[in-house]
Design a protein around this ligand. Structure first.
Ligand SMILES: NC(=O)C1=CN([C@@H]2O[C@H](COP(=O)(O)OP(=O)(O)OC[C@H]3O[C@@H](n4cnc5c(N)ncnc54)[C@H](O)[C@@H]3O)[C@@H](O)[C@H]2O)C=CC1
Ligand SMILES: O=C(O)C(=O)CO
Length: 386
């Protein structure tokens, strides 16, 4: 990064130096920090992805906390430097934190925050959008139209898949996976098969109740099934959406062998993390199975795509925008700032990261708590009552 580093400073006389490695949407997050005696420094460098060296230059020799991004490599080097600068707080502006070495952070006594909940519906809505766009071939049809190729209605033109009555498969039925499942079941009357390490009890209850409602209305009821193996989902589902965390157990979860057991005209959606799919194997699969379609928000070597993917008509690709609604992005900034502020101020950790709405109410001050610290137990941080 070219020196001097380009920085925007708020409340220069603030006691605590908090750095945000990127400008973030909204202004509430800045106000919350400056009102509590923080000097906020926002890195405004044009470079999209900051390297470890860039961030080291930003940290300097006094820094109390950092709000970072999922594109950055937060490991031993950065956490030891943050600690040397007197810092004890870091928050990703993301719910996923596979870019963070949590053990290294704990080793240096640094709390690691994330931003759950505020992006659940927004992300699920993009997964639903990709599912629809893929099933009805919307992007291909749009390109055809703009290319001036449409010369009249034809019985075979862009025939796709009907979702109603088909089976939606969800792998990773946590917050986002469950929200997506509900959208597809309620919106399109799909049946559900899911695979997760844990039982999605609330989701099962929802599908049971909705099925009863449909039956009572004289319609075909929807059904659910918790699969014993991921392979069962891949074999049975017509549309499959991936929503697990990225860790050792989910790296290349979708590989050549598993692609081969999916239906030839299945739809695969990924709004989790790129490396959950072996992308090179996916490109080969798309080449030999033209009816198989994918909707991808994330990529194995982001920001790059594996060779061949961009040319595939049966792939829809968007640049990691699943959480990109104004409300969500402003909320993510707020939660990340409050994680850092709370740790600096010695506040306890909110006891339920699934109930963070109270931090997002613009009309009242947020609770004196860190909304979500993923290594709270490891660091022995106290927990707040709801
Ligand atoms: N594309 C984007 O912009 C976004 C991507 N994400 C990604 O989505 C992920 C999920 O977010 P949430 O739903 O909030 O998290 P969550 O923690 O509520 O859900 C993750 C689920 O994955 C399950 N899981 C873990 N290992 C598994 C395995 N081996 N097989 C099957 N299931 C497994 C967990 O049991 C859990 O239910 C994040 O970690 C992040 O990587 C999240 C938000 C936006
Ligand atoms: O929150 C996340 O994990 C993202 O991918 C960004 O929305």
């Amino acid at each position: 990064m070219a020196k001097p580093v380009s920085i925007q400073v708020w409340n220069p006389s603030g006691k605590y130096r908090v750095i945000s490695t990127k400008p973030m949407p909204g202004t509430r997050w800045i106000r919350l920090l400056t009102d509590q005696d923080c000097r906020v420094e926002i890195c405004t460098e044009k470079k999209t992805i900051l390297s470890v060296e860039d961030i080291l230059a930003l940290l300097g020799d006094k820094c109390d906390g950092v709000i970072g991004q999922l594109t950055e490599d937060w490991g031993e080097v950065l956490f030891s430097a943050l600690r040397r600068a007197g810092g004890t707080a870091f928050s990703n502006m993301a719910v996923g934190y596979n870019n963070v070495d949590v053990n290294a952070a704990a080793k240096y006594g640094v709390a690691v925050g994330n931003t759950p909940g505020v992006l659940t519906e927004t992300t699920a809505e993009l997964a639903a959008s990709l599912s629809l766009a893929a099933s009805r071939r919307i992007v291909e049809a749009d390109q055809f139209m703009r290319a001036g190729l449409y010369d009249g209605w034809l019985p075979h033109l862009f025939v796709g898949n009907l979702l109603k009555g088909q089976t939606v498969g969800v792998i990773g039925a946590g917050r986002i996976g469950s929200a997506y499942a509900r959208m597809m079941i309620e919106g399109f009357k799909m049946n559900l098969i899911y695979y997760d390490l844990y039982q999605a009890t609330r989701l099962e209850k929802f599908v049971t109740a909705y099925g009863q409602f449909l039956k009572a209305s004289g319609e075909q009821p929807v059904t659910w099934k918790r699969a014993a193996t991921m392979e069962d989902v891949l074999r049975e589902a017509d549309v499959i959406s991936l929503h697990p965390v990225l860790d050792k157990t989910t790296y290349h979860l979708i590989n050549k062998d598993r692609l081969s057991i999916m239906k030839k005209d299945a739809i695969l959606v990924n709004c989790s993390r790129g490396p959950v799919i072996d992308e090179a194997a996916l490109v080969e699969h798309l080449k030999v199975n033209p009816m198989f379609r994918v909707g991808l928000d994330v990529f194995e070597d982001e920001p790059h795509m594996k060779p061949g993917l961009a040319e595939m008509k049966n792939a829809i690709v968007v640049p990691h925008i699943a959480s990109a609604s104004k409300w969500t992005r402003e909320g993510m900034a707020t939660l990340a700032a409050l994680n850092v502020l709370g740790k600096i101020k010695g506040y306890p950790v909110w006891s339920d990261p699934n109930r963070i709405e109270v931090f997002l109410d613009e009309n009242s001050p947020p609770p004196a708590a860190c909304p979500s610290i993923v290594n709270a137990k490891q660091l022995g941080l106290p927990s707040s009552k709801l």
